[in-house]
Design a protein around this ligand. Sequence first.
Ligand SMILES: *[C@@H]1O[C@H](CO)[C@@H](O)[C@H](O)[C@H]1NC(C)=O
Ligand SMILES: *[C@@H]1O[C@H](CO)[C@@H](O)[C@H](O)[C@H]1NC(C)=O
Ligand SMILES: *[C@@H]1O[C@H](CO)[C@@H](O)[C@H](O)[C@H]1NC(C)=O
Ligand SMILES: *[C@@H]1O[C@H](CO)[C@@H](O)[C@H](O)[C@H]1NC(C)=O
Ligand SMILES: *[C@@H]1O[C@H](CO)[C@@H](O)[C@H](O)[C@H]1NC(C)=O
Ligand SMILES: *[C@@H]1O[C@H](CO)[C@@H](O)[C@H](O)[C@H]1NC(C)=O
Ligand SMILES: *[C@@H]1O[C@H](CO)[C@@H](O)[C@H](O)[C@H]1NC(C)=O
Length: 854
Amino acid sequence: MHTNKHILFFLVCISFLLNALHVWGAQSDSLVLSCGLADGGTDMYGRKWAPDSKYLNGSNSITIRAGFQDPSLLSEIPYMTARIFTSEATYKFQVKTDKRYWLRLHFYPSAYSNFNPADSYFSVTVNGLTLLKNFSASITCQALSQAYIVREYSLAPLDSNTLTVIFKPSSSFAFVNGIEVIEMPDLFDSAKMVGTSDQIDVKGVHSQTMYRLNVAGQFIPPTNDSGLTRTWYDDLPYLNGAQLGTTNAISQNVKIQYKSMPAYVAPVEVYSSSRSMGVDKAITEGFNLTWVFQVDPNSTYLLRFHFCDFYYSKPNQLVFSIFVNNQTAEATADVIAWSEGKAVPTYQDYMTYFTDASGDQMLWVALHPTNETRPEYLDALLNGLEIFKLSDTTGNLAGPNPKPSPMLLQNEAVEKSSFKKSDNSKAKVIGGAVGGAAAFGILAALVFVVYQRKRQIYGTDSQTSSWLPIYGNSHTSGSKSTISGKSNASSNISALAQGLCRHFSLAEIKKVTKNFDESVVIGVGGFGKVYKGVIDGGITVAIKRSNPSSEQGVNEFQTEIEMLSKLRHKHLVSLIGFCEEGNEMCLVYDYMAHGTLRDHVYKTKQPLSWKQRLEICIGAARGLHYLHTGARYTIIHRDVKTTNILLDENWVAKVSDFGLSKTGPNMNNGHVTTVVKGSFGYLDPEYFRRQQLTEKSDVYSFGVVLFEVLCARPALNPSLPKEQVSLADWALNCKRKGVLDDIIDPNIKGKIHPECLKKFADTAEKCLAEVGYERPSMGDVLWNLEFALQLQDNNEDSNHSSQCGESSTSDESPKNDTMAMHRKNLSIESEHETSDESVETSAIFSQIVNPKGR
Ligand SMILES: *[C@@H]1O[C@H](CO)[C@@H](O)[C@H](O)[C@H]1NC(C)=O
Ligand SMILES: *[C@@H]1O[C@H](CO)[C@@H](O)[C@H](O)[C@H]1NC(C)=O
Ligand SMILES: *[C@@H]1O[C@H](CO)[C@@H](O)[C@H](O)[C@H]1NC(C)=O
Ligand SMILES: *[C@@H]1O[C@H](CO)[C@@H](O)[C@H](O)[C@H]1NC(C)=O
Ligand SMILES: *[C@@H]1O[C@H](CO)[C@@H](O)[C@H](O)[C@H]1NC(C)=O
Ligand SMILES: *[C@@H]1O[C@H](CO)[C@@H](O)[C@H](O)[C@H]1NC(C)=O
Ligand SMILES: *[C@@H]1O[C@H](CO)[C@@H](O)[C@H](O)[C@H]1NC(C)=O
């Protein structure tokens, strides 16, 4: 804990330092290029722009100066010169393979000699990811009533050391005025899907910034950002209706203090001003503080709400609801409860799939006070808002060109006629209203937003759980711990659960984990850290320690105990016991000696044999089948993936991380649904349309797992060509074309009997059916996989046995040297995947699956 505090403090200091020096973006890896400019120069904010020529391949480019400087352009650089491409052209930038990058493209669609930007439509791709398609900078700027436009993308690591940006004219010519390529920290982790209680993993997803607003504050230029060279705009143009609420500014004697969150998340200016509704009950009750944003339909958006209450200091003084697209994203938002202090910034991420039911392309964000928790004041609050569009699984971020609103076109016509404008360059309808702050896109005249969500991505474990009592759960505060025996706290856990699993004292846990020593940490998750230890003089266990500030609160903890203690199955990880004393909550599981399935399928020196893989799939299918049908209630896992299938020392597959799964409609326990996440690449497509998970969603994810095991590649690999990014799409595509053989893991190719392969691939394909009811049940999947194994076995026994001999050896010889290797796997895993998936247990009672025994 102390170490953490120090590290945190250190990080905060570094962030401040970086902030002060503006060096995040000034590091070696940052390229800020003015296209077509011979010597580079400085823009209105004092940023230095370099020439682009040495990154460009293409003799087909022309550099031209714009004929007219729009009044909103405060300096010539980078907009007054453009590079024009009459055929495909390529920029190449050296990057680090494992880092996120900003890619910003600047366009000023003015007349360039005889090139009329109204004729220019083009596409832009980067390493196979489509950023723009049939893009008209001219139409887009007109719709947004801006003179120029900046497109900002956040690119996930592309697994390549070169960013290849390709401009391809689809008619006439393509052009660009400025390009930025800047290394950035990982800003995203996971977000709550609005309308559900699911946390969706968004690490590794590419995004496009749609809006970035400093609510009730000023325009913040890139040079005044918290080191990430972002631009923040005023929210006023997006406020809906006449009710603008009231604006608040921090008083001089209060200082913003970043606590658990890095300071680069947003600058102090963002948190120093807020918009609220006012304290007059009669008024605040009567309206929603609403923002409206134009966005592309049929896409997924991530909304980040920034909050900082610099006025009130106690939880439950001000509680409000957040709506996104008229759906409740957060019923009871309490900024102080999240930030744990006055003037401490915090943020919440939510995700929504925008289908545009109304056809107006408008995304609504609204706040309204709630009296549900009987707060002291009826008001609502927002300091900042960012909206990102997420790439779909085909690697596409492009949307259609916006349609200028009739009102804008009308205004423009009026302006044109009254000023007798003769040239056809876009008219500046709103003039300087946005203060040169041409945003990423939107109808300035109509817009608006809102929303929030909870999540301490960067949280440390040093916080208190002071927020708990607000929600009527006095459980933590009421528990006076006793060193042994039962603490009061456990009284919320049913007698049955307590009887089924063991109660550990905190002293015992501390002894086993060397007082939670960092040296025995084997993983870190949303729940907190996972430690390894030995109990009862020889049983190795994994201990999940709850991070009191994590969103998995007390209810979830109890739910996990309730559910896990009643679920016992050879193919599910088992819970040995729990500890709950004072603020400490720990879960004790069997330790799974061989780590995750994923670790043994790819990125490994000793890949599993085909037969082992089949047996593991069968084991996992059994576990899932049991969850769906064997327990008293249908339990939907909701996050089936290769990192949630663990292997014990005998290579028996055990499904993990289902403690917070959703139960079917019978079990009317509201808490159960709270903290489950899905992962991009495995998510049932129907989920996005209907926002409802069924057990068939697990079947879909399991289909992805089957292909992953067959092809030994991740479910989502953004560095591959577009059509290959999503394993589900790519494998189905290959299978339908009859070329599935080409993508099978070379390590097992040729060792799979053709009939077995056919059965296996047919099964995987059926799992991936577009609609749930066409997918088989987990029981059918299991049956088919067993049949596939028989096909393999029969044929091995007769003629192929020599070929597959090695597989059965590794199958049956218990490995004694695996402990060390194991730990390594687990800790590596935890570096990539910040979730509690690397937790698990070892099968004490496990034995080799007997193929004949099924
Ligand atoms: C430049 O592009 C052309 C065609 O796109 C390609 O043939 C050539 O190899 C490229 N040159 C370099 C140096 O990348
Ligand atoms: C940016 O920061 C500088 C130095 O702190 C300050 O003088 C300037 O007013 C700021 N600009 C804006 C637009 O906030
Ligand atoms: C969005 O999806 C719906 C249903 O799939 C479709 O009818 C509509 O045309 C799509 N809209 C756009 C702009 O692609
Ligand atoms: C949300 O509600 C407002 C009015 O309350 C309505 O105008 C708007 O179309 C609704 N938006 C959606 C996406 O349903
Ligand atoms: C606020 O918005 C929500 C969600 O769209 C809606 O249900 C509610 O009626 C609105 N309240 C007011 C006062 O407009
Ligand atoms: C909350 O407000 C609603 C409508 O304003 C009112 O009907 C209800 O009684 C209030 N509930 C509480 C707990 O104050
Ligand atoms: C390109 O965009 C223009 C303007 O939005 C549209 O009219 C045209 O149909 C689009 N062309 C294609 C091929 O999508």
